[in-house]
Design a protein around this ligand. Structure first.
Ligand code: ZN
Length: 250
């Protein structure tokens, strides 16, 4: 069995909660679809936990922004990118651990393929930036058909923080409750696995999936988001929105 997680966003409490739950599920391997950092207060701890626990981790747009620069980010997001750079960038006095952590972030790959499964952070057409939104089913069918056309079988993504499945016939399936199971079947599918550290489907619980014999299960894990919010508020002015959204899941 595999677990697939994404969009941790430096939320240590959520990541620890998810890893604890996964450790009791008989999972052999964990894949992470990127955005380990950004938005949240604990990037170093989260990178260390991902390095220790995941056999694959992809580059997300926030990881890229910390390594390079925040292009096209809103002010709250880019403020945290610059903060994260301060916390993570290695100077001459850096320890080996700090250097290795930074190099890990710099070298994250853009995609991973395995037996007809394609993993990317955002979209197979633009691995870091393109949003595949649930509303595209109504407003941008053409885009979804183009993405499905270049998808071999199943494409797993994160990036929007909204868990959903989009079928080859461009139908939208919303997983709903924790424990919802889906047979992947013969047809192509785009699978958004949701977000560990900043869910945006009005459910504040951390989200991830497990995959066994082409059966996909969504899981939701309650965690102490109040602690994460407190750390964000302690950073000073400009972090209120990031702190508040964790309690509502949007
Ligand atoms: Zn993200």
């Amino acid at each position: 069995m595999r677990a697939i997680i994404s969009d941790i966003h430096a939320n240590k409490e959520a990541l620890e909660g998810v890893l604890r739950t996964i450790s009791g599920q008989g999972v052999d391997e964990i894949w992470c679809l990127g955005d380990i950092v950004g938005y949240g207060p604990d990037p170093n701890d989260c990178v260390d936990l991902i390095r220790k626990n995941c056999s694959v981790c992809l580059m997300g747009n926030h990881d890229w922004a910390v390594v390079h620069s925040p292009v096209g980010f809103n002010s709250a997001a880019s403020r945290m990118i610059y903060r994260t750079k301060e916390w993570m960038l290695v100077g001459e006095q850096a320890t080996d651990t700090e250097r290795e952590r930074w190099q890990y972030l710099v070298n994250l790959p853009l995609r991973h393929t395995h037996d007809g499964y394609l993993m990317v952070h955002a979209s197979p057409r633009s691995e870091l930036t393109e949003y595949i939104l649930p509303t595209d089913v109504h407003y941008d069918r053409g885009k979804l058909l183009e993405i499905l056309a270049i998808t071999e079988r199943f494409c797993f993504v994160g990036h929007t923080h909204i868990p959903c499945l989009i079928t080859e016939d461009v139908e939208l399936i919303t997983p709903g409750k924790s424990g919802a199971r889906f047979e992947l079947g013969e047809k192509k599918m785009i699978v958004n696995i949701g977000s560990v550290g900043q869910p945006r489907d009005m459910d504040h619980r951390a989200c991830y999936v497990t995959l066994q014999d082409e059966v996909l299960t969504y899981h939701r894990v309650p965690y102490r988001f109040g602690r994460t919010s407190e750390k964000l508020l302690a950073l000073g002015e400009g972090y209120e929105m990031l702190a508040h959204r964790l309690s509502v899941g949007r």
